[in-house]
Design a protein around this ligand. Structure first.
Ligand SMILES: Cc1cc2nc3c(=O)[nH]c(=O)nc-3n(C[C@H](O)[C@H](O)[C@H](O)COP(=O)(O)OP(=O)(O)OC[C@H]3O[C@@H](n4cnc5c(N)ncnc54)[C@H](O)[C@@H]3O)c2cc1C
Length: 531
C-alpha cells in the first residue's frame, strides 16, 4: 500500500467556538448518489444534504447518454454482468456487479414512478445501445438530457421529505474524526462562514475529479474534494490510476469541452480523421462501438499520425429532424457554433471524463472509517474494475446511494455533538504562489504527463513538479474554496501520478507505452493508498 503524508486538516479547528448543528445523517453532495442516499435515509432519521454550489451543479446534471439496465425481455442480467466484467479488465468484483445489475430495473422503474420522464416507446422505457454493451439497454430521458431529468426527479423527491434539509453553497473542508470514527464535517458557508455539522452517519457523495485535467467533460465542481477529504481522514483510496477519458468532446479552441455522447456512435456516427478517412476499423473490429479506452487511444494515435489537434464525428447521414429531437443538447451546441450536421463534420477529441478509482467501499457502502459511508463516482465499489462500461455510473449511484442511506444511523451516544477537536496550522514562512496559475499548470501537466498514454519519465516529472508546488501551497491556511480546492487537487494529483507510476502494466483505461501489455502475474489486483 502506498503511503504519503499530508497535514490532517486544511483549516484551524476549534470545535467549541465554531458555529455548529447536528443531524442523524449528513450527506455530502447532491448528485444521483447523494440525493438517492438522502431520500432513503430520510425514512430512518433527520438528513442534512450539503453541496458546494447549487443542487443543479453536479456531474449528474450533465449526464447525457443514459442509464444502463436490463429493461427488455430479450436482454438478460447475465449479459449485462458479462459486459461489465469484460470491460472491467479483470478487476471488477463479480458480487458487486451482480448486485448492481440486478437492482437496476427496480430502481429505474421507481424513478419512473417518482415522475422521471424517461423516453418511452409503446408504453415501455425506450432503450438504445452504447459501446461495450451487447444489447440495447440504455434508458434515456428528453433525448440526451438524462442526467438533468434524473437529477430534477431526485431533487423534487428530496424536497418533498420533511426531514431532509438541503444546504447549498456549503463547501465541505474536512471530515472530523477521532479514533477512526467519523463525527461529521467542518465546512464553510458562503454567507455564514465556518460551521461544524455533527452527524451519526456521514455519507460522502462528492462525485468526480475531471477538473484535475486541462481537457475535461466535467463541470467546475468536480475538483476531487471528496477523495482528498477522505484521504486526510484516513480512508483507503483504491485504483486511482484508472481514469476514463471520453473519446468525443467537442473541440473548438477557446470553448469549454462539451461532451458529444457516445450514443451517437451507437446510432451510427462515424469517426474520421482530418483527411476524411474512417479509421476506427484499423484499431478494433468493433470500430466505433469499441470500449471508450480503445476509441480514445485510437483517436489520439490518429491525431498524432495526421498531426492534428482533433478528429471528426460524421453524422451527415443522420435524419436531421430526428437528430434534433433525439439529441436536443448536442443539436443546440452544434447550432451555436454554426455546425450544420447535415453538411459539416463535428470536430472532437478525447478528454478526462470519469474517475474509476476512489474511496474503497464494501457491498454495504461502508468505508474503513466507522460511520463513514460513500456512494457514487467518489467511490471504488468494484463495479467498474479497471474501466467503466458506459452508462453504468448513474446506475451505480442509484444502487449504492440507496444502500448507503439504508443503514440505520449509529446510536446516539452521550456527548454526541460535543467532541472537542482543536487543530492549529503553524505559520508558513514560505512564499505564496499564484494559486490560479498553479491550478492551470497542474491541470496541464496532468493532461500531458499522466493522461491517456503514460510512461515513466513523464510521470516522474509530473510528480516532482507537483511536490514542488505542494511545498508552497500545502503549508498555507486558506480562507476560501479556491485555495482548499487547489490543496485538494494537488493532493489527489500526486496520489494519481504515484498510483499510475506504480502500476507497471497496461490494463483497462490505464495505458503505459513503456509497459503496453497486461501483466496478470504481478498486477491483477487493486492498488490501495492510505494516509
Ligand atoms: C458530461 C457528462 C456526461 C455523462 N454522461 C453519463 C451517462 O450518460 N451515463 C452515466 O451513467 N454516466 C454519465 N456520466 C457520469 C455520471 O454523470 C457521474 O458519474 C455521476 O452522475 C456521478 O454522480 P455522483 O452523485 O457521484 O456525483 P455528482 O453528480 O458529481 O455530484 C457531486 C456532488 O458533490 C458536491 N460536492 C463536491 N465537492 C464538494 C465539497 N467539497 N463540499 C460540498 N459538496 C461537494 C457537488 O456540489 C455535487 O452536488 C457523465 C458525466 C459527465 C460529466
Amino acid at each position: 500500500m502506498l503511503q504519503l503524508d499530508f497535514r490532517r486538516y486544511l483549516v484551524d479547528i476549534d470545535s467549541v467556538t465554531t458555529h455548529q448543528q447536528s443531524t442523524d445523517y449528513l450527506v455530502i453532495g447532491a448528485g444521483v448518489g447523494g440525493l438517492r442516499a438522502a431520500i432513503e435515509a430520510s425514512q430512518h432519521g433527520s438528513v442534512t444534504v450539503v453541496t458546494k454550489g447549487t443542487v443543479e451543479d453536479s456531474n449528474t446534471w450533465h449526464a447525457q447518454g443514459g442509464i444502463a439496465s436490463v429493461l427488455e425481455k430479450t436482454d438478460k442480467f447475465e449479459s449485462h454482468i458479462a459486459d461489465t466484467m469484460r470491460t472491467g479488465g479483470g478487476l471488477s468484483d463479480e458480487k458487486t456487479v451482480d448486485l448492481v445489475v440486478r437492482q437496476g430495473p427496480g430502481l429505474i422503474r421507481q424513478l419512473l414512478d417518482w415522475g422521471c420522464a424517461f423516453d418511452m416507446v409503446n408504453g415501455n422505457i425506450a432503450t438504445t445501445i452504447e459501446g461495450g454493451h451487447s444489447h440495447p439497454r440504455i434508458a434515456h430521458a428528453h433525448g440526451d438530457e438524462t442526467g438533468r431529468i434524473i437529477a430534477q426527479t431526485l431533487i423534487a423527491k428530496a424536497r418533498q421529505q420533511r426531514n431532509i434539509t438541503i444546504i447549498e453553497n456549503f463547501f465541505s473542508i474536512d471530515l472530523l474524526t477521532t479514533d477512526n470514527k467519523c463525527l461529521g464535517v467542518i465546512g464553510w458557508h458562503k454567507e455564514k462562514d465556518a460551521r461544524i455539522i455533527w452527524a451519526l452517519n456521514t455519507i460522502l457523495a462528492t462525485g468526480g475529479a475531471g477538473q484535475l485535467y486541462r481537457e475535461t467533460t466535467n463541470p467546475s465542481c468536480a475538483t476531487a474534494d471528496g477523495l482528498a477529504i477522505a484521504y486526510r481522514a484516513g480512508a483507503i483510496l483504491q485504483d486511482l490510476e484508472f481514469i476514463q477519458f471520453h473519446p468525443t468532446t467537442l473541440y473548438i479552441a477557446g470553448a469549454s469541452r462539451a461532451l458529444i455522447t457516445e450514443t451517437l456512435r451507437g446510432e451510427g456516427a462515424v469517426l474520421r480523421d482530418t483527411k476524411g478517412r474512417a479509421f476506427m476499423k484499423d484499431y478494433n473490429p468493433a470500430a466505433e462501438l469499441a470500449p471508450r479506452d480503445i476509441v480514445s487511444r485510437a483517436i489520439l494515435t490518429q491525431m498524432l499520425k495526421t498531426k492534428s489537434t482533433h478528429v471528426y464525428l460524421d453524422i451527415r447521414h443522420f435524419d436531421k429532424q430526428h437528430f434534433t429531437k433525439r439529441f436536443p443538447v448536442i443539436s443546440e451546441l452544434c447550432d451555436s457554433f454554426d455546425i450544420d450536421i447535415s453538411k459539416d463534420l463535428i470536430p472532437v477529441r478525447p478528454s478526462a471524463h470519469y474517475m474509476v478509482g476512489g474511496v474503497k467501499t464494501d457491498i454495504a457502502a461502508k468505508t474503513n472509517i466507522e460511520n463513514l459511508y460513500a456512494c457514487g463516482e467518489v467511490t471504488s465499489t468494484g463495479l467498474h474494475g479497471a474501466n467503466r462500461l458506459g452508462s453504468n455510473s448513474l446506475l451505480e449511484g442509484l444502487v449504492f446511494g440507496r444502500i448507503a442511506g439504508q443503514t440505520p444511523a449509529a446510536p446516539k451516544t452521550a456527548g454526541f455533538g460535543q467532541s472537542t477537536i482543536k487543530f492549529q496550522i503553524p505559520h508558513s514562512e514560505l512564499r505564496h504562489l499564484d494559486t490560479s496559475d498553479v491550478r492551470n499548470s497542474l491541470r496541464a501537466i496532468m493532461w500531458r504527463n499522466v493522461g491517456i498514454t503514460r510512461k515513466s519519465p513523464e510521470m516522474r516529472q509530473a510528480i516532482d513538479q507537483i511536490r514542488f508546488w505542494q511545498r508552497y501551497v500545502m503549508d498555507k491556511a486558506f480562507d476560501s474554496p479556491a485555495g482548499w480546492e487547489l490543496q485538494n487537487m494537488l493532493t489527489v494529483c500526486l496520489l494519481i501520478a504515484q498510483s499510475a507510476l506504480a502500476r507497471k502494466e497496461s490494463r483497462g483505461v490505464h495505458f503505459r507505452s513503456d509497459f503496453p501489455n497486461t501483466d496478470d502475474e504481478h498486477y491483477k489486483k487493486h492498488s490501495e493508498i492510505k494516509r
